[in-house]
Design a protein around this ligand. Structure first.
Ligand code: ADP
Ligand code: MG
Length: 400
């Protein structure tokens, strides 16, 4: 593949050079700005350490959440910078913007092997607009660009796409390389049966991908809130469960397409429901056809766990993205935990991707038992889908 990888470049080239390193440190945080799961940071350490050993000035750039183009203190990356400081056990200089003279001055005055951490790139509207003027400002005074942000590789944003135009040869980082190796292997020659387990909150963010996934997988197991849109599309009552009315016809289309392709789609047969999420009022287990008008589905039930676990057991390749329920609350985490257990014990090659999925996996203590933990949720799904991703295009991946 025509990406020039970081480990293919002579380390001596980076000596005292300014390296703009795009990472995906979009980590889950609680209201007190504690990092709930640091997997994405930890998995980027090999790239950072390699650059530090090569005596580069490492300038870290990331996004966090959706500040919509304006500075938002609650989405500052400063807590992430301190976390990185502890991990690396060395000074990390945090800069309160990602462009401008302040950045230039600090970077130019920095010593070799130092780390400079820039503020959330999405504090500028130009980022998501892929504005070339903003991209140029990001690239200003940098000698190299390394993209290690696998989780953002499907975004045509300035720090992923536009910025690369200002470098003779933008580089791919070590995490990106590892991720791509696995996805390309799974994509091109998966061991079958290939089973995808997809959950999470929204159908709308994943339905396009699901449609394409149908062409790759042998079976699709659906859980989480998105199951309710599918059940509703089939005419079932789902009470007050999270459901997307405007995606019902798309959901039906997907079920039809699956039949055409002889892909087996599994929907939950039973559910954990409550009348009120915060107070956990009246938590019960019901069958799919037993929803009362005020029942809210918050997890898959034990029968469903058993059925899905059985399918996972016979799979040769397993791809999991999206929790099966509101796993953040212990009472509603049994479905997700049950299937994590199944994935962890499965014989097949298992890949887990997605911020919340990884958080659930780490919480369960099973992260060592899956074969590959991917830092990209949407990115991984779009890769599996076979789409050409803007970030990879910018690195020359599709050039022949
Ligand atoms: P990932 O980050 O792994 O890609 P998503 O972001 O798509 O996963 O989905 C995770 C979110 O889905 C969690 O916040 C979880 O609470 C929510 N969720 C799962 N099941 C339900 C449900 N039945 N009702 C409401 N939210 C749900
Ligand atoms: Mg998520």
């Amino acid at each position: 593949m025509p990406i020039l990888w970081l480990d293919e470049v002579d380390p001596a080239e980076f000596n005292n050079k300014r390296v703009l390193l795009r990472v995906d440190f979009n980590v889950p945080m609680d209201d007190a700005h504690n990092i709930l799961d640091a997997e994405r940071i930890v998995l980027t350490l090999p790239t950072i350490r390699r650059l530090l050993r090569a005596k580069a000035k490492v300038v870290i750039l990331s996004h966090l959440g959706r500040p919509k183009g304006k500075p938002k203190p609650s989405l500052s990356l400063e807590p992430v910078a301190s976390y990185l400081r502890d991990l690396l056990d060395q000074e990390v200089v945090f800069v309160h913007d990602c462009i401008g003279d302040g950045v230039t001055r600090i970077v130019n005055n920095a010593e070799p092997s130092s780390v400079i951490f820039l503020e959330n790139v999405r504090f500028h509207g130009g980022e998501e607009k892929n504005d070339p003027v903003f991209a140029k400002l990001l690239a200003r005074n940098m000698d190299y660009y390394v993209d290690d942000a696998f989780g953002a590789i499907h975004r045509a944003h300035a720090s992923v796409d536009g910025v690369t135009k200002f470098f003779v040869k933008p580089l791919g980082g070590l995490l990106l390389k590892r991720e791509l190796d696995v996805f390309v292997r799974v994509l091109n020659q998966p061991e079958r049966p290939l089973v995808a387990l997809i959950g999470g909150a929204k159908v709308s963010s994943k339905i396009g991908v699901l449609l394409h996934l149908l062409k790759k997988v042998d079976a699709l197991l659906i859980g989480g809130a998105m199951a309710y849109t599918f059940l509703r599309a089939q005419g079932e009552a789902v009470g007050e469960s999270l459901m997307e009315e405007d995606k019902l016809s798309k959901a039906l289309g997907l079920l039809r397409k699956a039949r055409e392709l002889s892909v087996k789609i599994y929907l939950p047969k039973d559910h954990v429901v409550t009348k009120d999420i915060p107070t956990k009022k009246d938590v019960r287990i019901i069958r799919s056809n037993e929803f009362a008008p005020d029942d809210i589905g918050v997890d898959i039930g034990p029968m469903t766990v058993e059925e899905y676990a059985h399918v996972i057991k016979s799979a040769k390749t397993i791809f999991w993205n999206g929790p099966m329920g509101m796993y953040e609350r212990e009472e509603f985490a049994k479905g997700t935990d049950g299937l994590i257990d199944a994935v962890a014990h499965a014989q097949g090659f298992s890949i887990v991707g997605g911020g919340d999925s990884i958080a659930a996996l780490n919480k369960s203590g099973h992260s060592k038992d899956v074969d590959f933990v991917s830092t990209g949720g949407g990115a991984g799904l779009e890769l599996l889908e076979g789409k050409k991703l803007p970030g990879l295009m910018a690195l020359g991946y599709y050039d022949s």
